[in-house]
Design a binder for this molecule. Structure first.
Ligand code: ZN
Length: 121
């Protein structure tokens, strides 16, 4: 009934283009592979400027905390050709990502840990 109406007006999210990669992936828990497959992130183990990422399909790899890395650009530009069938990323997460926008001068850098991020447009 009325509860099903929630999806009609998804909240748009805005993040800065120059957001740190680690902050972004900790928030959205998605990872674009080089083949354009979107994986779900299970764990992020930070080791200084690098992090060990484990996906739900049990791939592990090291990434650098670079704003300009391939993954950061692909996430911003949404260069995704398919979603990993093994990771089983839920629809609500994909929905959330699809309404996420990256702006140069507007949006959150996710600097606050307590969820005090600016999401108003
Ligand atoms: Zn996967």
């Amino acid at each position: 009934m009325a509860l099903d109406k929630r999806k009609e007006n998804p909240t748009k999210r805005y993040y800065r283009k120059r957001i740190e990669l680690f902050r972004l992936i900790e928030k959205i828990k998605l990872w674009p592979s080089r083949k354009g497959t979107l994986h779900g992130i299970k764990t992020i183990q930070k080791l200084g400027d690098q992090a060990l990422i484990t996906t739900h399909c049990n791939k592990t790899f090291m990434v650098n905390n670079s704003r300009n890395s391939r993954a950061a650009r692909w996430l911003r530009n949404k260069w995704i050709s398919k979603v990993c069938p093994v990771c089983g990323v839920p629809d609500w997460k994909l929905e959330k990502y699809s309404v996420t926008h990256f702006k140069r001068h507007h949006g959150s850098l996710l600097l606050e840990k307590n969820g005090n991020t600016q999401e108003k447009s």
